[in-house]
Design a protein around this ligand. Structure first.
Ligand code: PMV
Length: 303
């Protein structure tokens, strides 16, 4: 029996890194997915066939075994992994793998697993990969849509709310082509925060103000203001040292080409940026980024 599960890619509009410490964040699913097919492989153990050479199959095996254990099944399965999400790009490829695999295993072993449980299991997988994830990636990857997320630092349930936009908004995602390492980036921010506590507390307070204002302006569909807040959020991310010269260049080009605002998205240190665009103008923004030699994805959030 071969059954399929999928998980969405995501982009963080506001609050990456700060979200790890309990600051709310806003993220959206992007119409790119990872699909996993699982078929029983009795007596032959776990095999994974991945379409993307950049996948580390040994790591995927560790995660799959943990997911199977959580589900109470033997990891005697053969998985086929196909992804449309660039790996290590800040678009949540690892969470999408965890979500897709949890769903595929559940189907394969005829277990009824509701989405909340899929997300929780994927969080367990993310922990193995990233150490101290906030939980935002697995949440968006499971449920899709536009999400307001606040981590519960006491370990209880996180706050997640579906945000509804008046109409979808155009975005461009630009990929620096360099892989970022989420675990290392999160650890580096922690180390710097410990050294310069006062400065970082100020930055975190500012990040909280920005995300609250962003929520209100998104709900009022004041995209120009949302873009301005994204630019401010980007400055904070530069201050905590997670941007790169490629991400800086792409964001500058996007704003010069008319985007309402732009910032890196995800853990940084490589990976992607996001630009919020006026309706009908994402093409010219994408072109400006591509002119610098980077690849882009034009899509919409809040669909
Ligand atoms: O793994 P990425 O690059 O999609 O981004 C993760 C977002 C962080 O806030 C940096 C970490 C987290 O767990 O929330």
């Amino acid at each position: 029996m071969s059954l399929m599960g999928f998980g969405y890619a995501k982009t963080i509009l506001f609050g990456e890194h700060f979200v790890v410490y309990g600051v709310p964040a806003i993220a959206a699913a992007v119409d790119r997915k990872t699909a996993v097919w699982a078929e029983t492989n009795k007596g032959r153990g776990l095999e994974i066939v991945a379409d993307e050479k950049k996948h580390n199959v040994d790591t995927l095996k560790i995660v799959t075994k943990a997911l199977a254990e959580k589900m109470g099944v033997e990891a005697d399965v053969k998985l086929f992994v196909a992804t449309e999400i660039p790996i290590g790009s800040g678009m949540g490829s690892s969470a999408a793998f965890c979500v897709a695999t949890a769903r595929a295993l559940a189907d394969c072993f005829r277990k009824k697993v509701v989405d909340e449980e899929v997300s929780r299991m994927a969080y367990g997988g993310e922990k193995l990969l990233h150490g101290n994830p906030s939980g935002i990636d697995n949440t968006v990857s499971t449920f899709g849509g536009l999400i307001w997320f606040k981590r519960n630092l006491q370990g209880g349930s996180n706050t997640t709310e579906r945000l509804k936009l008046k109409k979808p908004a155009e975005i461009v995602i630009g990929n620096s082509g360099k892989q970022g390492n989420t675990k290392e980036m999160v650890a580096a921010v922690r180390a710097r925060k410990e050294k310069e506590l006062e400065k970082y507390e100020g930055i975190f307070k500012e990040a909280e103000k920005l995300v609250l204002a962003a929520r209100k302006n998104l709900m009022d569909y004041k995209l120009e203001e949302v873009g301005r807040l994204m630019n401010e959020n980007f400055v904070l991310l530069q201050e905590i040292g997670v941007s790169t010269k490629e991400l800086d260049k792409m964001c500058k080009a996007a704003v010069e080409a008319g985007a309402f605002g732009a910032k890196l998205t995800g853990a940084g240190g490589g990976g992607c940026m996001i630009a919020l665009c006026k309706e009908g103008e994402s093409g010219q923004v994408a072109k400006a980024i591509e002119k610098l030699g980077f690849t882009t994805l034009q899509t919409r959030i809040g669909v």
